[in-house]
Design a protein around this ligand. Structure first.
Ligand code: ZN
Length: 104
């Protein structure tokens, strides 16, 4: 019968603008895109490379993550992703190589 009146809603709106906002997914989703940005913006700092022991810092979204590679442990990063494929490690792996390139 009567139209439902929602308190606080005021007059009924005919046009509901659904703005799809692409939220910045913290972490893993756009890792490939992010990793490139880290490099371009100079956010990745490789501190030391000693054989297979690699240490680096990466400035992410307001945080600085420590990342690197340890022999016997593998790639690791202190960011919340907890995956060896996070944007920081991707960036790091694209500038350092564990194995030296073979003879040309
Ligand atoms: Zn990370």
């Amino acid at each position: 019968m009567s139209s439902a009146t929602t308190p606080g809603a005021g007059r009924q709106r005919n046009t509901e603008t659904m703005s799809v906002t692409l939220l910045t997914v913290r972490g893993c989703e756009s890792a490939a895109v992010k990793s490139g940005r880290y490099l371009v913006e100079g956010r990745l700092v490789v501190q030391s490379v000693d054989g297979k022991r690699i240490r680096a810092l990466c400035r992410g979204d307001g945080n600085i993550y420590r990342l690197g590679h340890e022999p016997g442990i593998g790639w690791r990063c202190t960011c919340p992703c907890r995956t060896p494929n996070c944007s920081h490690l991707r960036a790091l792996r694209s500038v350092v190589a564990l194995e030296p390139p073979g003879p040309a």
